[in-house]
Design a protein around this ligand. Structure first.
Ligand code: C2E
Ligand code: MG
Ligand code: MG
Ligand code: MG
Length: 292
């Protein structure tokens, strides 16, 4: 009896490992198909100015439109794509598409919008990264100062000298650099001091409980104060409530992003959204004028 049980356990165990491994193989093959058949879509989430509420730009967030399973989150496939190298083909597509769509959004003539694109470690470390960014700008005609690259602390720590050099080159062309998920990595402040960057994005794990947890509040105030004195812009991500919004605005965070303002949405929906926002804004201006 014991022996049989042991054997069953053992079989179950190996079987589970195999399942995990074969799931990865399946996913990897499906990803290959997705790349070939262009099953990806970019959703765009607005970032707003904390005081005026005006949209100042967007973050591009990839979705995989799987023929059977529907939309799949990047959390489920970006890591694997990074391991297999498939991220290179995917990120080339992301850059080109985000730039192209931002040209279109700016042609609506209702603002000069920045497009923020998430950069993966392998993509950044590739020798021709700067050239591929430049090509995306040239091909689409997007002005360099309307493109922002989001990098994590981890990416920049990997090969510090190379990273700093690359950031200088990108910024010389006018491209903006933001540190994503700020505060979740382990980079030292003396290293951060040397990084040529434009802004930091406060990770949403700090924003989440900022109202109820004094430690989160302290961390956020510390980041805001540091950013102010280093003359860096700050975006807080993951704003979901009026309370979080009010808190961050009160403590001097310039830009905000989160479900409270808008969820990530497809290009066509975003165009309608921007049009509506613009009309509401014009209406408000007209009202204010007639009140005077
Ligand atoms: P991230 O760059 O930190 O992006 C922010 C994530 O927070 C997005 O998740 C966004 O949908 C979500 N979010 C925004 N506002 C709120 C909010 O108010 N509440 C909550 N709970 N979540 C909010 P998403 O789209 O699932 O993306 C997850 C991560 O996948 C991104 O984190 C980024 O690291 C990665 N990713 C997304 N698109 C790309 C891409 O094109 N290339 C690469 N390399 N990575 C990407
Ligand atoms: Mg990001
Ligand atoms: Mg983030
Ligand atoms: Mg993240």
């Amino acid at each position: 009896q014991a022996k049989r049980q042991g054997r069953n356990t053992y079989q179950w165990f190996t079987c589970d490992l195999n399942t995990q491994e074969s799931q990865r193989v399946v996913l990897r093959n499906e990803l290959q198909t997705a790349i070939e058949k262009q099953q990806f879509e970019l959703f765009y989430q607005p970032q707003v100015h904390a005081f005026s509420g005006q949209v100042i730009g967007f973050e591009a967030l990839i979705r995989w439109k799987h023929p059977q399973r529907g939309y799949i989150s990047p959390v489920e496939f970006i890591g694997l794509a990074e391991d297999t190298g498939q991220i290179i083909a995917i990120s080339d597509w992301v850059l080109a598409t985000a730039c192209r769509d931002n040209v279109r959004l700016n042609s609506m003539q209702i603002g000069a919008f920045t497009m923020a694109v998430n950069i993966s470690p392998m993509q950044f470390q590739r020798g021709n990264f700067i050239r591929s960014v430049r090509e995306s700008l040239e091909r689409t005609g997007l002005p360099a100062n309307l493109l922002e690259l989001e990098l994590t602390e981890g990416i920049l720590m990997e090969n510090a000298e190379h990273a700093i050099d690359a950031l200088h080159k990108l910024r010389r062309e006018g491209i903006r650099i933001a540190i994503d998920d700020f505060g979740t990595g382990f980079s030292s402040l003396s290293y951060l001091k040397r990084l040529p960057i434009d802004k930091i994005k406060i990770d949403r794990s700090f924003v989440n409980d900022v109202i109820s947890d004094q430690r989160d509040a302290a961390i956020i105030q510390g980041i805001l104060s540091m950013a102010y004195h280093l003359q860096l812009g700050v975006v807080a991500e993951g704003i979901e409530t009026q309370g979080q919004y009010a808190y961050l605005r009160k403590h001097g965070c310039n830009w905000l992003q989160g479900y409270y303002f808008a969820r990530p949405m497809p290009l066509a929906t975003l165009e309608i959204y921007l049009e509506e926002q613009h009309q509401a804004y014009q209406l408000n201006l007209a009202r204010q004028r007639s009140d005077e």
